[in-house]
Ligand binder design. Structure first.
Ligand SMILES: *Cc1c(COP(=O)(O)O)cnc(C)c1O
Length: 375
């Protein structure tokens, strides 16, 4: 296996896979449409600066983030193009929006009022709530929506909504999504008829772009699909022929140890060797984002193309593997927690299923201590 990194634990980002996913998703855009990838939460753990700069080289020039400081980090590292903040920004930070050329989401009518009172002109996209009932001004509130255009410090450069259905490959969920998009486009149309220009409108995230691209829009905001995953194994199985996982998670094996039958290992000796057992200590733990719920054989790892169960409790910085049946494992060898080894593969969805969550959570929690390399 090529040694891309000399660290104890690291993330490899597959540049070719990222480009492939960009192309696959771009194919689904309407004419004139563009990607505005979600690079929030450190690009779902992948590394926001690395990913956004790489996307810039592919010609992607719009991004969305969750917070003003995520936006500032991208700008300070030379990321070009539009950056939309999807969430709350304290009015005190309005000067940063100007300084770093960030576009702020208008979360609802009263938030517009507050930002307008800051006395600095900023670019905004209006979030319209068409049923998710999270952020956004309700689409029914025409007067409030109209009033936002009257605020002279808010330059409205776009409007968007977000779909709430779980799995848009299912017809029932698609029907709900269509209803939401209809409410959105009608609201946009009415505001345009009242003389308010809205240059960019957008609706679709990963599921929408993959399964109901006809909803269209000037931008689409894919996150998880761009990284070559879906939230669950079931959703992934429907699109895995089209997308390629970008991220691999690897750790160095610090040492190999032989346990005699009857000996225990790790905190609380939760692992007990029922026979002579060889274990490897991998240099990664829950502080790196490895879910602790994978302890005691729930999770598996790949070593030299073989499957090695995680044994005992996962520690903050170390994880024990049973390598009894895997020949010739040496200190310094690599254990693959997410990614391919030989003919085997572990995806973020596999880990999510074992940990009782979705891949988005597993990926976005991958820690700051991991080195990240583009390969
Ligand atoms: C996170 C987020 C996205 C991206 O969602 P995926 O399902 O990962 O594609 C898009 N839009 C909004 C508003 C989001 O919060």
């Amino acid at each position: 296996m090529t040694d891309f990194c000399q660290g104890r634990a690291w993330i490899e980002l597959d540049r070719a896979a990222l480009r492939h996913n960009v192309e696959q998703l771009q194919k689904r855009l309407p004419p004139g449409g563009a990607l505005m990838p979600a690079v929030k939460a450190n690009a779902y753990g992948h590394g926001a600066v690395l990913i956004a700069k790489e996307l810039n080289t592919f010609g992607v020039d719009a991004f969305c983030v969750a917070s003003v400081f995520e936006g500032i980090e991208l700008r300070q590292n030379g990321v070009l193009g539009e950056i939309l903040i999807l969430g709350y920004t304290h009015p005190r930070y309005v000067p940063f929006l100007n300084q770093y050329r960030l576009t702020q989401t208008i979360l609802d009518y009263s938030y517009a009022l507050e930002l307008n009172a800051c006395g600095q002109t900023i670019n905004v996209h209006i979030k319209i709530d068409t049923g998710m009932h999270r952020l956004g001004e309700r689409f029914e509130n025409r007067k409030e929506l109209q009033q936002i255009f009257a605020y002279d410090q808010l330059r409205v450069t776009g409007a968007y909504t977000h779909l709430y259905a779980d799995d848009l490959s299912l017809p029932a969920d698609r029907a709900v999504a269509l209803e939401q998009s209809r409410a959105f486009y009608q609201t946009v149309k009415r505001m345009k008829e009242l003389g308010h220009p809205i240059p960019k409108v957008h609706v679709l995230a990963s599921g929408g772009l993959l399964h109901c691209p006809d909803i269209g829009g000037d931008y689409a905001r894919p996150g998880i699909a761009l990284y070559g995953q879906m939230s669950t194994k079931e959703e992934w199985s429907k699109v895995k022929h089209e997308l390629r996982p970008v991220l691999s998670l690897k750790a160095r094996i610090a040492l190999v140890k032989d346990l005699h039958r009857g000996e225990g290992a790790g905190y609380g000796h939760q692992f007990k060797a029922e026979q002579d057992t060889r274990i490897a200590v991998a240099s990664i733990g829950y502080a790196d984002g490895l879910p602790r719920s994978l302890s005691n054989g729930v999770g598996t790892v790949l070593v030299h193309g073989h499957i090695a169960p995680i044994v005992g409790r996962i520690c903050m910085d170390q994880t024990l593997l049973d390598i009894t049946d895997i020949p010739a494992v040496m200190p310094g060898d690599i254990a693959v927690f997410i990614g391919k080894s030989g003919s085997q593969e572990i995806t973020a969805c596999d880990i999510a299923e074992q940990a009782g969550t979705i891949s988005n959570e597993v990926l976005s929690r991958l820690g700051g201590r991991l080195e990240r390399v583009l390969v």
